[in-house]
Design a protein around this ligand. Structure first.
Ligand SMILES: COc1ccc([C@H]2[C@H](O)[C@H](O)[C@H](C)N2C)cc1
Length: 451
């Protein structure tokens, strides 16, 4: 192994209470909210199709012009309690909010900059209201923080001169102080989601990323940090020069999921996928006709897919400049919430079942139980659900989770191969079948193949 000072600090999954809770949450709400929500992807009457939170760059808006959006920030419809109630109904157990995105505007009255809610007509601390409202609903709150900062004069994309070094050192001190301020002033925050760390300037400061993680865990014991923060001694990110994951979970899955057949390695570490409802919009965009908008069931399948591979699914919402949500997002929250209200037990505190992927859908397994969930998206016209079990796993009985009394026929047709008989019907949402199993030798009921 290559000796590293700023590489991975440990290997394997954390098993402390804080991480176990993070893992059991499974389903989270991402919220991207900032000045970019005011123009919503439109500048001087022109619609820019690229991600709305990048409009400053897409429309080449001068910094002074963009930053003056602060004087328009006054979300009169913002109601943290209402947001939290919607999230509760949707079935999320955590929410991750952009404290500061690349534009540099802070949703809290930071004492290290004037470019925050304190300088806007709105004035109040948005983070404080959100943390209190979501925590009151029993939902954990995590903070997204962009190291990349287009507003701060000392930000540098790279270090090409001694002057760059001096300036960027000032910037890193500023960011360190803001992060300490966030961890200190909002002590119930459970995790930090770092972004904007791909530039050479950050990659050349692996030590700073190590010190930020250390500081956060001193200020807020048990706090969780994603892999996007860290760069090692050689500027390697996410995994260090020895291939070891840095931070507490892998957060490289942005708008994509690991393949259930070829990428099962991810089940060995903690990870989270973040997902947009349109093709690529994190901040509010006025015109969602410019790309495919995922349906509730498409997103629900991604949530189940993620849980089935031992990951967390962070679904993004982009509130408007006024502080309310668009209809598509409200509808998605309702439909997914209805399903979670009935079948959330197949998601929360569930994990990878260690079984081969089948065509009909996904397995999840309740932690510390002999309870296997089959979440069926593709209902078989044969009425038969194929199940291949690992050696030593024997299926005992199966039933629809909402009809425990009616046992389904479970037929063992070969070594570790079963067929579960189900009615042939067209369902309009995924069905959950619960299977009880035990560890032991196959009971050999099937007819031995004639050799
Ligand atoms: C250059 O490609 C990028 C850069 C940053 C992003 C940001 C998005 O604005 C959003 O915050 C997402 C989580 N993040 C990776 C997305 C694509």
């Amino acid at each position: 192994a290559i000796p590293l000072q700023y590489g991975a600090q440990y290997s394997g999954k954390r098993t402390d209470d804080a991480m176990n809770k993070w893992r059991s949450n499974r389903f989270g709400q991402f919220i991207h909210w900032g000045l970019y929500a005011i123009p919503g992807g439109v500048w001087n009457g022109k619609t820019y199709n690229y991600a709305a939170e990048f409009l400053k760059a897409s429309a080449n808006v001068p910094s002074a012009t963009w930053d003056s959006l602060m004087y328009q920030f006054n979300p009169v419809k913002f109601d943290a309690k209402q947001w939290a109630k919607m999230a509760k109904k949707m079935g999320v157990k955590y929410m991750t909010i952009t404290t500061k995105h690349h534009e540099g505007f802070c949703l809290w009255p930071s004492k290290y900059t004037d470019f925050s809610v304190a300088g806007s007509p709105y004035k109040k601390d948005i983070l404080k209201q959100l943390v209190e409202a979501y925590n009151a609903e029993g939902i954990d709150v995590n903070f997204y923080y962009s190291v990349l900062d287009w507003h701060h004069p000392d930000w540098r994309n790279d270090i090409k001169s001694p002057q760059d070094s001096v300036a960027f050192k000032r910037y890193l001190d500023f960011a360190y102080n803001q992060l300490k301020e966030l961890a200190t002033n909002y002590p119930t925050v459970k995790a930090f989601w770092f972004d904007g760390t791909w530039d050479n300037s950050v990659k050349k400061n692996g030590k700073w990323t190590y010190e930020v993680e250390k500081m956060l865990k001193e200020v807020s014991p048990g706090v969780i940090v994603n892999s996007r923060l860290r760069a090692d001694d050689y500027g390697k990110r996410h995994k260090d020069s020895n291939g070891q994951l840095m931070g507490d979970y892998e957060s490289g899955y942005e708008r994509r999921l690991p393949d259930p057949v070829t990428d099962t390695a991810v089940t060995r570490w903690d990870w989270e996928a973040c997902m947009t409802i349109p093709e690529n919009q994190w901040g509010y965009h006025k015109d969602w006709t410019v790309s495919h908008v995922k349906s509730p069931l498409e997103l629900l399948e991604m949530l189940v897919h993620t849980t089935s591979m031992g990951g967390n699914f962070l679904l993004n919402f982009g509130p408007t400049g006024n502080g309310d949500f668009r209809k598509e997002e409200l509808d998605i929250a309702t439909v997914i919430g209805n399903w979670m209200g009935k079948y959330g037990d197949a998601i929360w505190n569930c994990d990878y079942a260690g079984m081969k992927k089948e065509d009909w859908g996904y397995y999840t397994k309740k932690k510390n139980s002999n309870q296997l969930n089959m979440v069926v998206f593709n209902w078989p016209s044969s009425g038969l659900l194929k199940v291949r079990t690992p050696r030593g796993m024997v299926l005992d009985k199966a039933s629809f989770v909402d009809a425990k009394g009616n046992a389904l026929k479970v037929e063992e047709i070969a070594d570790n191969q079963y067929l579960i008989q189900v009615p042939v019907k067209l369902y309009t949402s995924p069905q959950v079948i619960q299977v009880d199993f035990h560890q032991g030798a196959t009971n050999g009921k099937y007819q031995k193949a004639k050799t």
